[in-house]
Write a protein that binds this ligand. Structure first.
Ligand SMILES: [Zn+2]
Length: 127
């Protein structure tokens, strides 16, 4: 292995690619969701399929956004964030659920994602 490959290998981390999809339950959907509407999460990007009939509510998106970075990462097998993948619409009268599925993995380079030094200690809790 060349030195450059070595640096790249030590700099890499893996995230799951996600698919977020509208699923229907017995309760009617109110917000204009359609079963099967979806988007992908690839790294930091939300990717919407090239389909003019594919919509996604910004209110539903606001409820989903805090969960997505956690779902992209490896989790403890006992973590509820791993097992819970159906998220309710924030409208209490709406029956839509949003299913988050891990669809693959992808490697990223730390240096290509941030200007912060790879060995910075700022993320550690205070002692
Ligand atoms: Zn809804």
């Amino acid at each position: 292995m060349k030195k450059a490959d070595n640096i790249l290998a030590s700099d890499s981390f893996t995230l799951y690619d996600l698919k977020v999809e509208v699923v229907a339950i017995d309760k009617p959907m109110i917000c204009g969701h359609k079963e099967g509407d979806c988007f992908l999460v690839i790294g930091e990007n939300l990717v919407f399929p090239d389909n003019s009939n594919n919509y996604f509510s910004m209110y539903a998106l606001s409820a989903l956004l805090p969960l997505l970075p956690a779902k992209q990462r490896r989790l403890d097998k006992n973590d509820w964030m791993l097992s819970d993948s159906l998220i309710a619409c924030p409208d209490p009268n709406c029956g839509a659920k949003f299913k988050i599925t891990r669809i693959g993995t992808r490697s990223f380079s730390h240096a290509e994602c941030t200007a912060v030094n790879h060995h910075a200690k700022s993320a550690e809790p205070p002692r």
